[in-house]
Each structure stands twice: as C-alpha cells, then as structure tokens.
Ligand binder design. Sequence first.
Ligand code: UT7
Length: 324
Amino acid sequence: MSCIRIVGTGSGVPESVVTNDDLSKIVETDDQWISSRTGIKERRISQGENTSELGAKAAMNALEDAGLTAMDIDIIIVATTTPDSFTPSTACIVQDIIGAKKAYAFDVSAACSGFIYGVNIATKMLKAGDEKRALIIGAETLSKVLDWNDRSTCVLFGDGAGAVVLEKGEEEGILASTIGSDGTLGRASLSCGIFNVHNPFVKDDIEDKINMAMNGREIFRFAVNIVPQAVEEVLQLAGKKLEDVKYIIPHQANLRIVEGAAKKLDLPLERFYMNLHKYGNTSAASIPLALDEMNKNGLLQKGDNLVLVGFGGGLTWGSLLIKW
Ligand code: UT7
C-alpha cells in the first residue's frame, strides 16, 4: 500500500505590510481593539499581484524546497475563495506561470478549509491513480473582495499563498484526514461574491453583493466547537492520542478561537502554532503559510506528528494528521 507525504513547503506573500495603525487611518478602529479581539498586528496587502501570482510564487518556493521542478508535477490544486476569474481556473493560470506542462489543474472552493480539502482530495487521487506528485496551493487576495469601509471585516484579513508538494512512496506521511460541511448555516454566516442572474428574461433584478459579509459571532461559536471535534476525529481515525501530537496548526483566524479550542481540548496554548499576528486571516493560505514557516525555521523534526485543522465559509471544516 503506497503512502503520501509532504516533500516540500513554500510561501508567497505580497511585500506591502499594513499595520493596525495604518488601518486606523482608513476606518474607525485602533491597534488596541484589533490586537485584543483577534491577536492580529499586521497583514500583507497586495498592490496588484493577483491570486495566481501569489500562488505561483508559493508553488515555486515549495518545488525548490522539495528539490523538484514544475515538470515533476502531475496534479495542481489551488484552494481559493478569490480566484483571478471564473475561467480559466487559478490552478490553470498557475500551471502556465510555472510551466507545469505535464500536470492537470483545477480549483477547489471550500473557503478557509480549502487547503485541507485539497490535500484530502489529492491524497485519494494519488493513492487511486498512476500520478506520483501533486502541488496543493492555498492562495488568496482577500483585499479585492473586502469592504474597506466595514471595520468589522476589513481589519481581519490579509493576502498570501502557501503550498506543499505531495509525493507517493513507501514512507508514511498523511496518516488520516477528515473533511465536512454544513450548507444549512453557510449563507447567513459568511458570504462573498454573490452574483445574481441578470439577463433580459429576469423580471426582478437583484443587486450583486461582491464584498465579504460575515456574522463574526456565529463563525466564532462554530469554530470553537468544530476545531476540537475535527482534531479528535482525525486522531481517532489513525488510532492516535493528543499526547502523540507535537503541534496543532489551526486555521489562523482569531487567537481567541484557538484559546477556546485549546481549553476544550485541555491543551496548553503553546501546542498550537500561530503566525496570525503577522498575516491576519489569509483564508485558504493560512495553514500552508504557517506550516512553511515552521518548516523553514527548523521547528519540525522527522517523525513529529502534526494536526492541521481548518474551518470557514460554507460552512466547511477539515483536519489532517501528518507524520513529518
Ligand atoms: O476564517 C473564518 C472567518 N471568520 C472568522 O474567523 C471570524 C470569527 N469571529 C471573530 O473573530 C470575532 O467575532 C470578531 C473579531 C469578528 C468580532 O469580535 P467580537 O468580540 O465578536 O466583537 P463584536 O462583533 O461583538 O463587536 C463588538 C464591538 C461593536 O461595537 P458595539 O456594538 O459594542 O458598540 C462593534 O461595532 O466592537 C465594534 N467593532 C470595532 N471597533 C473597533 C467592530 N469592529 C471594530 C473595529 N474597531 N475594527
């Protein structure tokens, strides 16, 4: 039975750093409110680079880390809520930019859980098929869909991309994975890019809503419950215990959500890796960005067990148990 493991990680973030103080010049807010309610101090905001360009940067960075070239890749999956266009998919644009001529490419839409969905899908595809390697990219330019007059959302998010290379072989890596969704709660809690039908045959024309709209408290409640649940579920699937896990890498949305989840799991906060203060919530990019930072900073030792856990719009969630 073949195994799937991560053989490279990478990041691609815009250069421009926007601090909480910078935002207080745009909307009525301050560093004290943003830091204490979320844990965010600054974020990267694109000055024109689109999702595909950030995704391609992260992909090249991950390929370099793996010692591979774009021609070694068979599958490209981009998880994003902010694609460059409806078509071509952002994954096809990334394929073109990096020159992965042998691959086939498609996008996955599962909001902040998208990276976990991508790894879950690719793992199954690699196990079932002849393909050997997949590039999974979480990439977002949320700044293009934020309402920059709405202080309750525009201070929370940032732009960026993270990527991993998955490879099929004999060595263990992805030990277990879960994904889930509940569409009943989705539209009222978090929506973005609502395009209604406008054509000569429509009588009651409804205005489009491109900007992100969110019921923050609803998502908060959902997240604090689903994170511990998804962590426990993935451990159970692999017959492991929390004591076997070195780090939990959660979706980076709000420090208080992670504090709530840590309390429910009865784990010290130090077991959760956070880089939210530097990037804000980068949706599908947040987990691979954190994983890459840990990898490049030498925090991961061979054999460490890690749990990656995501949640977000849809509503969606997912978790991965990885042996590094
Ligand atoms: O990736 C998944 C996507 N989303 C999330 O993860 C979001 C999850 N939710 C959250 O992180 C939190 O609910 C928020 C950070 C969004 C909000 O925190 P909260 O403690 O639930 O605050 P709130 O929405 O209850 O707002 C409290 C007050 C309000 O004023 P009043 O009505 O009490 O006078 C807001 O108007 O804070 C006000 N407020 C702000 N004040 C200064 C809202 N945004 C700001 C702001 N600066 N940026």
